[in-house]
Design a protein around this ligand. Structure first.
Ligand SMILES: NC(=O)c1ccc[n+]([C@@H]2O[C@H](COP(=O)([O-])OP(=O)(O)OC[C@H]3O[C@@H](n4cnc5c(N)ncnc54)[C@H](OP(=O)(O)O)[C@@H]3O)[C@@H](O)[C@H]2O)c1
Ligand SMILES: *[C@@H]1O[C@H](CO)[C@@H](O)[C@H](O)[C@H]1NC(C)=O
Length: 298
């Protein structure tokens, strides 16, 4: 025991020192200069802000969502802000062929890809699970399956560039959340797929990073409209959120928590006091929402 401790304690110290040192690497905006990046769900919200940050850093940007008029505006703004180039493709992620088409557009117009930022979410309701199985299937296609399709299509280019995949998820993808059952299910699915894929990349020496982003309540229009009245929480600013996502991505982190205090810290309870965490999650809500109200998810 004594000898084991003599070895273990210095070893632990070394591991911690290494971890600390490697975690200290600093983000510099130049890291994203000239990089070719796809951002999905970039017509509004967090995705739009990610596009603007990338533009300021001088990236080549390809954005996508359904609403063409909004995408045109975002592209114009990106060019004003200094993007190396900016373009859009409009269409719906309900359609896997469209998801793959976005990736081939990057191949055709940018000649490759350095970063794939998967951020879009389909509309869902905010309320008790209403038993609509068809809605769950559709949401899985938009929020999950299209992420898989785009990743698969982009992988050859990402291997070539030693690039990065960024998956925007939520606290609701790490712990059960009431009133967003279908949404939460799609976010858990992302964790399963991408965490497993990361393991295989590691085994196969595939140098493509995967950053899973665990977000708390963010002040995007749709989230605020859906939840501001029922959540006892002040939403965090979307532009800061977008920047933190890009920092985590550029530093090739496995997971990114924003804000740290309302995501990472409560999640520490998950393995040792799961019921306490469940209680804390429930206590964030002011009152049970009316069932079936069609509202977008968190
Ligand atoms: N805001 C929060 O509090 C919060 C919290 C945790 C996690 N998140 C995550 O952060 C990400 C961004 O959220 P947000 O609040 O910025 O959302 P948002 O403002 O509602 O933006 C969603 C984006 O997805 C696009 N979209 C919706 N349905 C689509 C479809 N069928 N096909 C293609 N694109 C579609 C929308 O554009 P169109 O309508 O033009 O298609 C829009 O650009 C999501 O993954 C979300 O789960 C957000
Ligand atoms: C993986 O790719 C990144 C970005 O190109 C590079 O900085 C890093 O050294 C690579 N790691 C390995 C093990 O090749």
């Amino acid at each position: 025991m004594g000898r084991l401790q003599k070895i273990l304690i210095p070893l632990l110290g070394l591991v911690l020192a290494f971890w600390f040192y490697s975690a200290r690497e600093n983000f510099k905006p130049e890291m994203l200069q000239g990089k070719r990046v796809i951002v999905t769900g970039a017509s509004t919200g967090i995705g739009e802000q990610i596009a603007y940050h990338l533009a300021r850093m001088g990236s080549h940007i390809l954005i996508t969502a359904r609403t063409e008029a909004k995408l045109q505006k975002v592209v114009r703004r990106c060019l004003e802000l200094g993007a190396a180039s900016a373009r859009y493709v409009s269409g719906t992620m309900e359609d896997m062929a469209f998801a793959q088409h976005v990736v081939s557009e990057a191949q055709a117009s940018l000649g490759g890809l350095d970063m794939l930022i998967l951020n879009h979410v389909g509309a869902s309701y905010f309320g008790f699970f209403d038993g609509d199985v068809e809605h769950v299937r559709k949401l899985l296609e938009i929020n999950f399956l299209s992420y898989v399709a785009m990743t698969t299509a982009a992988l050859p280019m990402l291997k070539e560039s030693e690039g990065s995949i960024v998956v925007v998820s939520s606290m609701a993808g790490k712990v059960g959340f009431p009133f967003t059952v279908p949404y939460s299910a799609t976010k858990f699915a992302l964790d399963g797929f991408f965490s497993s894929l990361r393991q295989e990349f590691s085994i196969q020496n595939i140098n493509v990073s995967i950053t899973l982003c665990i977000l708390g309540f963010i002040d995007t229009d749709r989230a605020v409209r859906a939840a501001a009245e029922v959540l006892r929480e002040v939403p965090a600013p979307r532009d800061e959120c977008a920047l933190e996502i890009l920092k985590g991505a550029a530093l090739r982190r496995r997971e990114l928590y924003y804000r740290y205090s309302s995501t990472r810290l409560p999640l520490l309870l998950r393995d040792c006091a799961a019921e306490l965490l469940d209680y804390l999650v429930r206590s964030r809500y002011r009152l049970p929402a009316a069932p079936g109200t069609p509202r977008p998810p968190l």
